[in-house]
Design a protein around this ligand. Structure first.
Ligand code: 1HN
Length: 343
């Protein structure tokens, strides 16, 4: 590879004149923005262990009342991106949110798309544009770009969930903003959209929209996804057990930015995930095992943990149990990469 001229090769007086006119020579920076063969990646492989994190989240409940937080969240920040930038991957934000019994996280709407994956606790509801969505372990609750949402918790113990947003992307696009709203009144039946789309291949006749980029189904219950993976296992021999979450009307990803999926690892199974361009995150719903990225040391994971891994890597994920399956929810930037033609 040809080595290129550096900034220091240029006379200071010339560099000063460039700066004065807001100009930068490309050639000293060329290799940094366009490395040969493999892109540079800031995303580090890591595990935010739930057992370590949980006490700090519970402590946040004592330290900061909901009125002072709006959303009481500890952000899973990937140090590779700089902690203050609150990125798990280039375009994925993740955080663990705590709501105590009786609390309400007030109504608002914003440009970033969000999904919540429930980790523990029962009795909370997110109202999305008037529709109350029940929140149970492993469920995906969608609040697509622009939809009003508020959370309220009527259960007896703290509820904790994982928020996944395309916030870093929206922020980078200088398009991240929110509006606060008056508390919503419930205008639709509980889990209306889930009821309408609860049977694959069947859609409600009068509300069928076909073209929307947002999924019309707002709650994807874990019990259904888990049962589907177990059913697939009956038919799949030893092929990988993976599903993709889709908009039930269009078959496209839940959001244009982030794709969601789930996988089941059979007892003792090791699944190689072929090299792909996108960074990804893993949330462990059930089980324990390890994650290996390229030739790095394996990272151990267990139930409720959340992990990240950079793109352009070979990932191997293994179930350490020889008797129980493991279930994992994944999120990645594949929809965006496909749109850009780089996947
Ligand atoms: C947000 O609206 C929620 O609605 C959670 O629960 C986390 C992080 C950044 C920006 C908006 C929520 C968020 C957020």
């Amino acid at each position: 590879m040809q080595s290129l001229g550096t900034l220091e090769d240029l006379p200071q007086s010339y560099r000063d004149k460039l700066t004065e006119l807001n100009l930068v020579p490309l050639w000293p920076n060329m290799r940094a923005v366009l490395p040969h063969k493999v892109p540079s990646r800031k995303t580090q492989t890591l595990n935010w262990r739930f057992d370590k994190l949980r006490p700090l989240l519970i402590e946040a409940g004592d330290l900061t009342p909901i009125e002072k937080a709006e959303r009481r969240v500890l952000v899973l920040a990937n140090p590779g991106h700089g902690l203050a930038n609150m990125q798990a991957t280039p375009s994925i934000y993740m955080g663990l949110q705590l709501i105590l019994p009786g609390e309400t996280a007030p109504n608002h709407r914003h440009t970033p798309n969000a999904v919540r994956i429930i980790i523990e606790g029962k009795g909370a509801t997110t109202i999305v544009d008037g529709e109350p969505c029940i929140m149970e372990r492993g469920d995906l609750i969608l609040t697509p770009s622009g939809k009003w949402h508020q959370h309220q918790h009527d259960g007896g113990t703290a509820i904790v969930w994982l928020d996944i947003l395309d916030l870093p992307l929206m922020y980078q696009l200088e398009s991240s903003w929110a509006i606060e709203g008056k508390p919503q009144t419930t205008t639709l039946e509980r889990d209306k959209s889930f009821a309408e789309y609860s049977a694959a291949g069947v859609v409600p006749e009068f509300d069928f929209q076909r073209a929307s980029v947002d999924s019309p189904m707002l709650r994807y219950p874990w019990t259904k996804t888990r049962a589907c993976l177990l059913e697939m296992a009956q038919h799949y021999g030893d092929r990988p057990l993976r599903i993709t979450y889709v908009n039930p009307e269009t078959g496209s990803s839940l959001f244009p930015s982030i794709g969601f999926g789930a996988m089941m690892l059979r007892p003792g199974e090791t699944l190689p995930i072929p090299k792909r361009t996108t960074a990804c995150v893993f949330h462990i719903v059930e089980g324990q095992g390890s994650l290996k990225v390229d030739t790095n040391d394996s990272i151990h994971w267990t139930e409720k943990d959340t992990l990240s891994a950079p793109g352009y890597t070979e990932i191997t994920i293994s179930n350490a149990s020889t008797t129980e399956p493991a279930f994992i929810i994944t999120a990645d930037e594949a929809p965006l990469h496909r749109y850009l033609g780089i996947f």
